[in-house]
Design a protein around this ligand. Sequence first.
Ligand code: AMP
Length: 171
Amino acid sequence: MERLKAKIRDIPDFPKPGIVFKDITPLLADGPSFRTLTDALAARFASRKVDLVVGIEARGFVIGSAVGYVLGAGIVLIRKKGKLPYKTHKAIYQLEYGTDTLEIHEDAIKPGQRVIIVDDLLATGGTVSAAIDLVNKLGGTVVGIGFLVELTFLKGREKLREQEIFSLVQF
Ligand code: AMP
């Protein structure tokens, strides 16, 4: 995990002054690190009988699709407003730096399907809370949530008390 941590780069004042952006692209570009991250997340949820991995745009797609492949699970996309072509459900959420809207196709999850949600980073927890709301609206059951990075000082985990949260690297 220290090797993974060393490949995450700090970008000060991006996208706004005062935010230290955790840039995971050097980690994704390193084959052994990407495999370690994928295998570790997949192993954590392997026993949960996962039907679907929900990835959150855009870095959540990269990690989520690799984890879904390992688990033999399908992939569902949660995207920013206006990107999904079919009928959607929407959730508005608070970011560490602003507000935004997430959408999911209204038929993306069948009632009772077992879902894990994957994103690159847990900050305040607003994004993943909106994703949980969307999964619940469609009748899916969230059986776990996985992140590469957790910014523990923002206490996002406290918003998500009901959920099983797993992060590989903490700052
Ligand atoms: P939050 O809703 O506050 O938990 O923010 C999580 C989402 O915003 C994730 O999709 C992250 O990719 C992105 N994000 C928030 N803060 C940062 C940060 N400091 N560095 C990189 N990504 C971030």
